[in-house]
Design a protein around this ligand. Structure first.
Ligand SMILES: Cc1ncc(COP(=O)(O)O)c(C=O)c1O
Length: 424
C-alpha cells in the first residue's frame, strides 16, 4: 500500500557546504513532484499507521511520526534548519526559550548535581537556577563571567557550565574556548544560551567547543515579535562517560542503548515527550520563516546598533554605554574573537531619569522583548530583572539608570532623532 504519511524532510540535517544564508532558506524542505516550495504546516495531533506491526515498531523506537507531542513534520523541518545553522547534530524545538533552558539543564543534571553559571544571565534563566531547580535538588553557583571565577566555582558534582554568548543585558562575552576546556577537564559539559548569537549568524558556540546551545527562538529567529519558541541543539564531541545519568544501568544505560544520540534523545524525551513543552506546528512554521530573513535583519540591526552605541557614547547626558562592538567595552577583544557579521542588536545605556526618558520616546516602544523588527526598550531594574535581589541585578550589569534597547529595522536617522528628543 502507498505510504501517504507526510514525509519527514529528506534534506541532510547538516549540509556543511552551504553558507548560513543558503541553509536558512533551503534546509528542511524535501525536493520532488508535488512538494511545497516552502515548509508546509502539518496541523495534526496524531499520524496513522497502516498496520499494528508498524505502530508497535514506532512505539518501540520513538523515531518517526505517531503523536504530535513527540514529533511533527513542520517542527522537524524547523529543527533540521536550526541544526544546520548552528553546525550541530540534532535539535529539539520546544514551546519557549525557558522550556529549552530547563530541558538542557535537566538533560545532564539530577538531584545532587550542580551547575556553574555566569551571573549576567537573563533573569528567567537565573530564576530557574536559583528558585526552580533547587526544588529538584539541583544547586547552582552564579559567578563572574570569567574562566577564573567559573573554574573556582566548580564542585565535584558540577555537571554543567552555563553562559550566554552575549550576557543579557550586560553585553559581556564569555571566553568560549577556555570555558569548554575547563568544563571538559572537569567531566562536565558546556551549555551556551546562544539567543543573542542569532541561531549561528553572529556566533556558533559549538565550533568553539560548547556541547549544546539553546535559543529563545522568540527573539531573532521569529524576528517579528509574533511567536514564542525555543530550541536545544547538541554538537558532536560531548563526553557523557563521567555522568551517571548516562552510564548507570549497565547494558541498558542510556549511553549504551542510544550511543552518539544519547544526549539529543534524552532532551527530546524530557522536553517534548515527558514534560510536554512541545512547539506547535503553526509556531514552527512562523519560526522557520523568520529564519529565512534572519541574516538580513540581524546584519542590518547590528550595523544600526553599533552606530547608535557610538552616538550615545558621545552624548553628555548619557552615562555608561555597554555594547560589545565598542572599543570601550571590556569584552570587545573577546567579541572580536567569537562574533562575526556584527556585534548584535542589543545595547544598554544609562540615563539620569529613566521614567522621563521613556515617556518622551515617539518611535521606540517600551516592551520586554528582543529581536523584533521594531526597536524596543525596557528598564531592567524594575521589570525584567525586578524580582532579583539588588546584588544579583548589579552582578547582571543592571543599575537603576540602565535602559536596554533591542534595535529594530527603522532608519538610523529616525532612531537617533527619537533618542535625542527623549534625552532632552
Ligand atoms: C537570553 C535569553 N534566554 C532565554 C529567554 C527565555 O525565552 P522565552 O521568553 O522564549 O521563554 C530569554 C527571554 O528574554 C532571553 O533573553
Amino acid at each position: 500500500m502507498t505510504d501517504l504519511r507526510p514525509p519527514l524532510s529528506e534534506t541532510p540535517p547538516t549540509d556543511t557546504d552551504w553558507s548560513f544564508e543558503t541553509a536558512a532558506v533551503q534546509t528542511g524542505i524535501p525536493r520532488g513532484l508535488g512538494q511545497t516550495v516552502g515548509i508546509p504546516i502539518h496541523q495534526a495531533a496524531a499520524f496513522q499507521f497502516a498496520t499494528l506491526e508498524e505502530a508497535q515498531d514506532e512505539f518501540a523506537r520513538n523515531q518517526g511520526l505517531s503523536y504530535a507531542r513527540l514529533q511533527n513534520p513542520t517542527v522537524r523541518a524547523l529543527e533540521e534548519r536550526i541544526t544546520a545553522l548552528e553546525g550541530g547534530t540534532a535539535t529539539v524545538a520546544l514551546a519557549s526559550g525557558q522550556a529549552a533552558t530547563m530541558t538542557a539543564i535537566l538533560s545532564v543534571c539530577r538531584a545532587g548535581d550542580h551547575v556553574v553559571a555566569s551571573a549576567s544571565l537573563f533573569g528567567g534563566s537565573a530564576g530557574l537556577l536559583n528558585n526552580i531547580l533547587p526544588l529538584m535538588g539541583i544547586s547552582a553557583t552564579l559567578t563572574a563571567n570569567t574562566p577564573q571565577a567559573i573554574e573556582a566555582a566548580l564542585q565535584p558534582n558540577t555537571r554543567l557550565v552555563w553562559a550566554e554568548t552575549i550576557g543579557n543585558p550586560a553585553g559581556d562575552v564569555p571566553d568560549l574556548s577556555a570555558l569548554a576546556e575547563l568544563a571538559h577537564a572537569h567531566g562536565a559539559l558546556l551549555g551556551i544560551d546562544n539567543t543573542w548569537g542569532g541561531v549561528g549568524y553572529l556566533c556558533r558556540p559549538l565550533d568553539f567547543g560548547a556541547d549544546m546551545v539553546t535559543h529563545s527562538l522568540t527573539k531573532w529567529a521569529g524576528g517579528h515579535g509574533a511567536v514564542l519558541g525555543g530550541s536545544v541543539t547538541v554538537g558532536t564531541h560531548h563526553d557523557l562517560t563521567r555522568n551517571p545519568i548516562y552510564t548507570e544501568g549497565g547494558e541498558n544505560s542510556i549511553l549504551n542503548v542510544r550511543g552518539e544520540q544519547a544526549l539529543a534523545w534524552r532532551q527530546r524525551w524530557l522536553g517534548a515527550h515527558q514534560l510536554g513543552m512541545t512547539l506547535s506546528p503553526h509556531s514552527a512554521f512562523l519560526l522557520a520563516q523568520g529564519l529565512e530573513t534572519l541574516a538580513l535583519r540581524l546584519g542590518r540591526e547590528s550595523e544600526t546598533a553599533l552606530a547608535l552605541a557610538e552616538w550615545l557614547e558621545a552624548q553628555p547626558q548619557v552615562g555608561r554605554v555597554s555594547y560589545p562592538g565598542l572599543p570601550s567595552s571590556p569584552w570587545h577583544a573577546l567579541a572580536r574573537t567569537y562574533l562575526h557579521g556584527g556585534f548584535g542588536a542589543v545595547l544598554t545605556f544609562e540615563v539620569p531619569d529613566p521614567a522621563a526618558f521613556l515617556s518622551r520616546l515617539r518611535v521606540i516602544r517600551i516592551a520586554p522583548n528582543l529581536g523584533d523588527t521594531r526597536t524596543l526598550v525596557v528598564h531592567p531594574w524594575t521589570t525584567t530583572h525586578g524580582r532579583l535581589p539588588e546584588a544579583a541585578r548589579r552582578a547582571a550589569g543592571v543599575t537603576p539608570q540602565t535602559i536596554r534597547m533591542s534595535v529594530g529595522l527603522e532608519s538610523l536617522a529616525d532612531l537617533q532623532a527619537d533618542l535625542a528628543g527623549a534625552l532632552g
